[in-house]
Design a protein around this ligand. Structure first.
Ligand SMILES: [Zn+2]
Length: 484
């Protein structure tokens, strides 16, 4: 009798284990993380008002999961009561830099300012951490990072590289190209073009974002040392694309190379750093001070789309279409799926410069990239097979509606809607990042979405339920670490 009940008990345990494994195995094949750098709630609203003349109508705003997210770095915190009783809290409380924010979303661990794939209190005590992309590689998935700014910049680096400081662009670019197992890298930093897409003479300084002159030369002629990224015992060189047409053609290519590095013919950003001056709207001399992390000068302070876009470079939507097509057509992508991080990197740069027009342009470029991803998902397995997260790494510029601030009691006014195609009424209060919550939107398999909801244990009086940026990695790593 005793034996029999033990046997029954064992069967039950076995069945329970199988059920748990099946629940795990039902995760998405492909995981797409989209980050608007610096894109707070009001940055989304500003882009929306110009784009549609309303708020809440973007494709990602229709996703079933809609939460707040805290972004503070190692050793800091977010206090919802203080944030909404003291106007200065968000800008005075310890706020994050893009590097530890990306590292937190990628590794699940908090770190210090400047940290790329190293986690801890300071650079001297920090430990190397494993990225979501590395877990994805171990699960057999193809992996990629793409951005509208330099590919070695904080966010793409914070999802794929390991360096104690984000400013070591050359080292970071070399790690991504020569040591990582990424299948895809797309981003700016082209050493032979300026910020307007005009040819320039190649220099060592101008080549830092792509690893230096020697690395760039070797990358182009496929003699750069690389790793074996598909386990066949042979190292896998990069195929490089540069022209807008090459990016566009990738979106429908019948055959794809093994690894792809796309560097558009422009220096630091696709569009945000292009020349300005045409019909300057309210010039702000104090915005002229350039910030190495992406502040743009006041001569770029024209309304959105008044200064013509550079036509020789792709949009983020074109890059995203190419990237999804490429990853899903690699042998790894076909068999096991892929992980990609797509960044609208210059939303942050425009916000640092307090440049309303450039902010709207960067918002809309990012929104169209999300639309492209949503259309791709609908045509490629739907939401049972694909997880899409749209979020930000932090808020930049403390953007509000006009006349906000402290007048007796603190006020946070809404942006003013001046109609579709018109600049909304908006007001920046800082030139740096803040500790404000950002938004997180997700769509995908129901059981994965439930995990995000379960993580949202914080309650904000204005934004509602919120999770932490580390919860993104914790949830996605759970998917990759399970046996599909
Ligand atoms: Zn920034």
């Amino acid at each position: 009798m005793q034996n029999r009940s033990r046997f029954t008990q064992s069967i039950f345990i076995l069945l329970a284990l199988i059920a748990t494994c099946q629940a795990f195995a039902a995760g998405p094949k492909n995981v797409i993380v989209m980050i608007g750098d610096g894109m707070g709630y009001n940055h989304i609203a500003a882009g929306n008002l110009y784009d549609k003349g309303t708020t809440g109508t973007q494709s990602f705003e229709q996703f079933p999961v809609h939460l707040g997210m805290s972004t503070f770095p190692y050793g800091a915190s977010y206090d919802p009561a203080k944030c909404w009783s003291d106007f200065s809290y968000a800008s005075k409380a310890k706020y994050t830099d893009s590097a530890p924010a990306a590292t937190a979303m990628s590794t699940g661990k908090k770190s210090y300012d400047g940290a790329i794939g190293f986690v801890g209190a300071t650079s001297t005590t920090a430990e190397r951490a494993k990225h979501t992309s590395e877990y994805a590689q171990e699960s057999g998935r193809a992996t990629g990072v793409i951005t509208t700014v330099e590919f070695s910049h904080a966010t793409p680096a914070g999802f794929s590289a390991h360096n104690k400081h984000r400013d070591n662009y050359s080292q970071i670019a070399r790690e991504m190209l020569s040591e990582s197992k990424l299948d895809l890298i797309m981003g700016c930093g082209h050493p032979a073009f300026d910020d307007d897409g005009k040819p320039v003479k190649i220099s060592e300084k101008g080549s830092e974002f792509v690893g230096g002159v020697d690395t760039w030369d070797k990358l182009l002629n496929q003699s750069l040392p690389t790793v074996d990224c598909d386990g066949d015992g042979k190292t896998d060189p990069w195929t490089v694309i540069q022209t807008r047409k090459e990016f566009q053609d990738l979106g429908t290519a019948t055959t794809v190379p093994k690894r792809l590095c796309g560097v558009p013919q422009v220096h630091t950003t696709l569009q945000a750093s292009r020349s300005g001056k045409k019909q300057m709207a309210e010039p702000t001399p104090d915005a002229i001070e350039k910030n190495r992390r992406g502040g743009l000068s006041g001569d770029k302070n024209a309304d959105a789309f008044v200064v013509p876009l550079t036509e020789s470079v792709p949009t983020l939507a074109e890059m995203s279409q190419g990237a999804l097509h490429f990853l899903s057509h690699t042998s790894k992508g076909q068999a096991n799926g892929f992980f990609i991080m797509i960044e609208g990197g210059a939303i942050d740069w425009a916000a640092h410069g307090n440049l309303n027009g450039r902010l709207i342009e960067e918002d809309i470029d990012f929104f169209r990239a999300v639309d492209t991803v949503v259309a791709w998902v609908n045509a490629n397995g739907g939401w049972e097979n694909n997880l899409v997260i749209v979020t930000a790494d932090h808020e930049t510029g403390y953007l509000t509606g006009p006349n906000s601030g402290v007048g007796g009691a603190p006020v946070w006014n809404s942006l003013v809607n001046n109609g579709k195609g018109k600049m909304p009424g908006m007001e920046f209060h800082e030139k740096h990042h803040t500790n404000n919550l950002v938004a997180l939107f997700a769509n995908g398999p129901a059981e994965t979405l439930q995990k995000f909801d379960a993580c949202a244990t914080g309650q904000d009086p204005v934004r509602g339920k919120y999770l932490d940026n580390t919860d993104i990695a914790k949830t996605i790593i759970g998917i990759f670490a399970s046996k599909n």
